[in-house]
Ligand binder design. Sequence first.
Ligand code: NDP
Length: 450
Amino acid sequence: MSNPLATAVEDFMTGLINRNPAEYEFHQAVREVVQSVMPLVLDRQAYRDAQILERMTEPDRIIIFRVTWETDDGRIRANRAWRVQFNNSIGPYKGGLRFHPSVTQSILKFLGFEQVFKNSLTSLPMGGAKGGANFNPKGKSDREVMRFCQSLMTELHRHIGKDTDIPAGDIGVGAREISYLFGQFKRLENVFTGVLTGKGLEFGGSLLRKEATGYGCVYFCENMFQHRGDSIAGKTVSVSGSGNVALYAVEKAIELGAKVVTLSDSGGFIHDPDGINADKLAFVKELKEVRRGRISAYADQFSGATFHPDQRPWAVPVEVALPCATQNEISEAEARTLLANGVICVSEGANMPTELAGVHAFVDAGILYGPGKAANAGGVAVSGLEQSQNSARLSWSREEVDERLQRIMASIHQRCVTHGSSQHGVDYVKGSNIGGFIKVADAMLAHGAV
Ligand code: NDP
């Protein structure tokens, strides 16, 4: 006999795939959400009558444009950029910009779609968006990056604004890029306004924004442990990536008494069985944030550490894994290796770092599995707090922002618990998807057929 729930999911996905051919990352992100929310949709006639799922999976609009810029030696280059304004039912569009050669429309649609649920979970009034370009900042001079950012903003400024759409950073877009983008927006519009978040502290940035995603990911991890009467303290942890999210996840994990043994970049991973302490982390921060170097230098610097080229860190036995690099960086096989080696908690700093079959393996095993849209929401939450500070023209102390961040992460955790009950205790995938969905769906219902 056929399962009506599975049939409804497959029918919906067939339509979505036909409407969005070859957008595999987008299909993956939607499938995960639809598997969780379909029972609710089948249960509520009003959602079906209003075609809520069909509308929620169709971006409000996608802006695509060419970015032409000049290299230092006078050659003309052109890249493609996008802004996917996905859904503004509960607040202005909000979400990062990614600069990476792998960026495609499918990747930005998956990220924008996930952002809608993530932003809803924070309880702050933020809609969901994402953008970026297939531009590779690696190996470019500061001047080249500046010219690229200025050219991109020359188009983007028409589509954003503090009450319309407020971009932030993501892979390849850090303090340097946000500053250039902000400078060009201000020049074009002749207004000084909080149109971007992640700004420098001198011009409207918030304390703790840089640290927020990594810290938040570890707070969420600790919330999951505490719910089971346990703690991250004393646990062995692997972290992937060595960018903004990874570095501050490591910092907070160490502070809470964990032993972090790996870091990575696209060249491979380092394994330090002695653990990364505060001094070693300071070396990595300088290496990555100032010198823009490669993680392999860690193994040259510290004896006992090894570098493993072209490999990811998931075969190292650990109790906690914090994927903080990029999408689909944990395959199903790697998820099973982590489980076989005794992992008890996975908290995702990156967006959709685990393949869907790997997600099912974690959930079925009953481990503490915090999906990105819940576990990495700390970044956008503090972006929301940066907007509040900009509107009120004041700056909160680091302690005040940290306290608010901890409260928001705890409330996201609670929302997952409320909506995610399962035979294993809490299913955080179900909890975050349903918890994020209801508020947006109900707002859309209230707005009528728009
Ligand atoms: P960064 O650019 O600061 O760092 C990214 C890190 O991941 C680098 O170490 C990079 O290595 C590695 N990486 C990127 N792409 C790949 C790849 N294809 N294969 C292997 N390694 C890769 O980005 P962030 O730290 O800001 O972002 C990391 C993740 O966190 C992303 O998934 C992002 O969407 C997510 N996220 C970020 C937030 C934020 O506030 N910044 C908020 C919420 C989620 P290399 O330098 O060699 O490319």
